[in-house]
Write a protein that binds this ligand. Structure first.
Ligand SMILES: Nc1ncnc2c1ncn2[C@@H]1O[C@H](COP(=O)(O)OP(=O)(O)OP(=O)(O)O)[C@@H](O)[C@H]1O
Length: 246
């Protein structure tokens, strides 16, 4: 894992001191896991600056910590702001205020795939792998490992536009893992998966967890809470940690 880096909500580096001064257990651990990502006092409101447009306050002082070697669930109703929060944590979008500290590399799997229709799956991995600074051999190894585990080896030379919805989601997930990130942010990652792939997904995430990766899974519905080390609920713009048996 790379040394601590601190970023503001837009993903730009900031000084660590001020950002963490009031955070509980700054740089700390919990249940054996080190903090790998921390969002502090995140606020986000969409729109409202143009005439006749209503402002939508989505996040109103969200605090969240993700730990290495743990799987965190973030649950909430449709439209409660889960994707917005994940994008801010990933550095894809910026908060209006608040800070995000990221410790190590982040992988982000968006709810809607960001794949190019005219590339094959293999070319897609080459594109994302190269973007993360991997060499050809490393990309090939990672691609085969992920394709094997999620069962899409036979689709490596298929164009993205010809993939089924479930296989497209496998590739969408797969490219977020290609650089072996320290923190993995997954937005509704198993949508469209068949049962076998759903089980393969959990085997994969459990292995990543065992190797120390900090994982956040966003979903409007968490089917089995005991798969998660902790669960947060997003409601009315704030995040609350749910009790184990809730
Ligand atoms: N770019 C945007 N511009 C304006 N409003 C937005 C934008 N993105 C999201 N919203 C609004 O912000 C609110 C939260 O959206 P978001 O997608 O974060 O919720 P969600 O909890 O992920 O929803 P779902 O479970 O349906 O995927 C919604 O009211 C949505 O319409």
């Amino acid at each position: 894992m790379s040394p601590d880096s601190t970023h503001d909500s837009s993903g730009h580096a900031t000084s660590r001191g001020d950002a963490t001064a009031d955070a509980p257990d700054a740089g700390g651990t919990r249940d054996g896991g080190n903090v790998v990502l921390r969002g502090t006092d995140l606020c986000k409101t969409y729109g409202g600056s143009l005439p006749f447009t209503a402002a939508t306050e989505v996040l109103d002082g969200v605090n969240v910590e993700l730990y290495g070697g743990q799987i965190t669930g973030i649950v909430g109703a449709n439209g409660s702001g889960k994707s917005t929060l994940l994008k801010i944590l990933a550095g894809i979008d910026s908060a209006d205020s608040g800070t995000v500290e990221r410790i190590g590399d982040v992988g982000w799997c968006p709810q809607s795939s960001r794949l190019y229709e005219r590339l094959t799956v293999r070319e897609t991995f080459e594109l994302f792998g190269t973007g993360h600074g991997l060499d050809d051999d490393a990309i090939e190894d990672r691609m085969h490992d992920i394709a094997d585990r999620l069962d899409f080896v036979s689709d490596l030379d298929t164009l993205v536009e010809d993939l089924s919805g479930g296989n497209r989601q496998k590739v969408n997930l797969g490219v977020s893992l290609v650089h072996e990130p320290d923190v993995l942010l997954l937005d509704e990652p198993y949508t469209g998966f068949d049962w076998e792939t759903y089980l393969a997904f959990w085997e994969l995430t459990d292995d990543l967890k065992a190797s120390g990766t900090g994982i956040a899974i966003v979903s409007h519905l968490l089917r089995k809470r005991d798969r998660f080390d902790r669960v947060y609920e997003l409601e009315d713009g704030t995040l609350r940690e749910a009790e184990r048996d809730e």
